[in-house]
Ligand binder design. Structure first.
Ligand code: PRP
Length: 189
């Protein structure tokens, strides 16, 4: 008879992507970013964090709870990768922010900046709402893949040209809830 525990562990080993950034390293870096952002916005009575759906939802949840300054949360939803691993370059707005961000200090929170098309598009949308200021924060940055010039104010980790999943990031909706950042080879590469 098969040992069920052995079978389950074998399946997990086969299906979980290799670790690029561990859960502990992510949590440590999130605390550091939160400390930096809290210091930079110490004189600000209300910072609006705009999480970019879907990928930033876990990073935003951890980062926002680690801040020591007053903050509110908004979401915006865009998509450019659809189901594959190659950016279409054409970013689609799926859902704009719901609250009024006019004259408020805004921090856009992304999971990853790759080609930069999404963040550039987001900056245009957010600026159109007339905020007092706009800065950008991303957990992961692929500087070598940049196709457009866009400033990122807070970066968690710089990574190479690898397809990463976990901690909010997906490949065709898979692996978003992994607690760490893993590396995969997409089928279309
Ligand atoms: C991912 C990610 C960023 C964007 C970055 O979104 O969340 O928003 O790609 O890529 P870029 O710098 O090349 O534009 P995706 O379109 O995969 O949607 P998702 O967050 O819903 O998974």
């Amino acid at each position: 008879m098969l040992d069920r525990r052995f079978v389950c562990e074998s399946i997990v080993e086969q299906t979980d992507p290799p670790v690029l950034i561990s859960e502990a390293d992510i949590q440590q870096r999130v605390l550091e970013l939160a400390e930096q952002i809290s210091a930079d916005y110490a004189d600000c009575d209300q910072l609006v964090l705009v999480g970019v759906l879907k990928g930033s939802f876990i990073f935003l949840a951890d980062l926002s709870r680690a801040l020591s300054i007053p903050r509110t949360i908004e979401f915006i939803a865009v998509s450019s990768y659809e189901t594959g691993s190659v950016s279409s370059g054409a970013v689609r707005l799926i859902m704009d922010v719901r609250g009024n961000i006019e004259n408020k200090h805004v921090l856009i929170v992304e999971d990853i900046v790759d080609t930069g098309h999404t963040l550039k598009y987001l900056l245009r949308i957010i600026h159109s709402h007339g905020p007092a200021s706009v800065r950008t924060c991303t957990l992961l940055h692929k500087a070598e893949c940049a196709e457009v010039d866009v400033d990122v104010d807070y970066i968690g980790f710089n990574i190479g040209d690898e397809w990463v999943v976990g901690y909010g990031l997906d490949y065709a909706e898979r692996d978003r809830t992994l607690p760490y950042i893993g590396v995969i080879t997409p089928d279309d590469r």
